[in-house]
Design a protein around this ligand. Structure first.
Ligand code: CNA
Length: 394
């Protein structure tokens, strides 16, 4: 079922797309309140946070203060004041003050464009602007389960390009992994289906692939599981994988409009109320129910949008108190963010070692990504070492 819902801020100007959910109940969170090193996470007091936010004016309306500059140090000067450009400085300050220990990250296709994967909606380069090759009557048809039932070929053509194995994680993915290294990441919720979060080493328990992934496959009618590698081999060879039980078409377990979201998605019911910082990156916040997640953090919790343009609640003028945004190319922005935090060298080193460790895969028809399967997870020992001792800003 695909529903249109008026956008919160641009009422009825743009339709919001709905992916159905199995239920509104949350699964039991596995989070015990202990961090990954067994330490009890200190609960952020609302009043302390509120006090801090009072000193942090709404982003985009002022430049960094001299105390921000002092905290950032001589070599990590805040960027010049630009419209919506002081968002990072404010959040860097909160992180350095130790105010953000349960960071929830929400991502979309914009974090992977630097890896060479087009997003949906960017004019010119987005998939929606280049659909001739897929021969679909309207853009969303490519992810519509009823359309797929009738003609799976458009999706299979796209799947060939999106299957994990032909793209590498970029600096932005590693920035998120660095948040985990520092012991600050509560969870990342991604809409992406490219598997790059896993590939860069973010561990499975920190990752919610809200719109599924190519790691598993099943019949689109009776849901009988089907070996993912066999499905991939068939799709890559231009064949149609068919269910061994009912002979209907098999598809990778990427969530289509009209399909249930994975059970893990419901962790959000525990995570978002617990978050003390929400970072939103590279999404147009157009697809429900995912888009509305950003409105479920507590009202005192700072939200930072990193994107090319304002989206969702960040289109509001003035911004909600505690909302910050930094507009521009995401990779540049995230690099600047990391530099201001003093994390840039660590990220570059992490990227270098991870990319060296894994042989850069080439897309082999029917084969798994060389050196790193879709399910490959982080080296959590490495993460622990870094987080426990060597990270300068801990
Ligand atoms: P979208 O609607 O295409 O929005 C992407 C957003 O990112 C837009 O606001 C862009 O302006 C912004 N953006 C893109 N590139 C950059 C950049 N370099 N710097 C700054 N901002 C940038 O995509 P959403 O993720 O919001 O939509 C959710 C869909 C997209 C999910 O269901 C995905 O399955 C689907 N999708 C995923 C992938 C992937 O896995 N890589 C690719 C294409 C589509």
């Amino acid at each position: 079922m695909k529903k249109s819902k008026p956008d919160e801020d641009k009422r009825s100007l743009r339709p919001t797309l709905m992916r159905t959910t199995r239920s509104s109940r949350s699964t039991e969170s596995t989070d015990s309140g202990l961090d990954k090193y067994g330490k009890q996470r200190k609960k952020q007091s609302d009043s302390a946070l509120a006090q801090d936010l009072l000193q942090t004016s709404v982003s985009g309306q002022r430049g960094p203060t001299s105390s921000d500059e002092q905290q950032l140090g001589e070599h990590q000067k805040a960027p010049p004041v630009v419209k919506s450009g002081c968002g990072i400085a404010s959040v860097v300050r909160l992180i350095k003050l130790g105010r953000c220990k349960n960071v929830v990250v929400v991502t979309g296709a914009g974090i992977s464009t630097a890896s060479g994967i087009p997003d949906f909606r960017t004019p010119g380069t987005g998939l929606y602007a280049n659909l001739e090759a897929y021969k679909v009557p309207y853009p969303e048809a490519i992810f519509n389960v009823d359309y797929f039932s009738n003609d799976p070929q458009p999706f299979f053509s796209l799947a060939k390009a999106l299957y994990p194995g032909s793209h590498r994680p970029n600096y932005i993915h590693y920035f998120i992994r660095m948040l985990h290294h520092k012991g600050l990441l509560l969870r990342i919720y991604t809409q992406n289906i490219d598997g790059l979060e896993k590939l860069c080493g973010i561990p499975d328990d920190k990752l919610v692939e809200a719109h599924g992934s190519f790691a598993t496959a099943s019949c689109h009618l009776c849901y009988t599981p089907y070996p993912a590698e066999e499905a991939k081999r068939a799709i890559m060879n231009g064949d149609t994988p068919t269910c061994t039980f009912c002979a209907a078409t098999v598809k990778p377990d990427v969530v289509f409009f009209g399909e249930d979201l994975p059970q893990k998605y419901f962790l959000h019911a525990k995570d978002f109320p617990k978050a003390d910082l929400l970072v939103i990156m590279g999404t147009s916040l157009q697809i429900e129910p995912f888009a509305s997640l950003v409105n479920t953090v507590r009202s005192t919790v700072p939200r930072l949008l990193l994107n090319r343009h304002a989206v969702g609640p960040f289109q509001r003028v003035p911004l909600r108190r505690g909302d910050h945004m930094e507009l521009g190319d995401l990779e540049n922005t995230v690099q600047r963010f990391a530099e201001m935090l003093g994390w840039d060298d660590d990220i570059v080193e992490l990227m270098r070692s991870q990319e060296q460790e894994q042989h850069v895969p080439t897309l082999v028809s029917g084969g798994s990504a060389s050196g790193c399967s879709d399910g490959e997870e982080s080296d959590s020992e490495t993460d622990s070492k870094c987080s426990a001792s060597s990270c300068p800003s801990n």
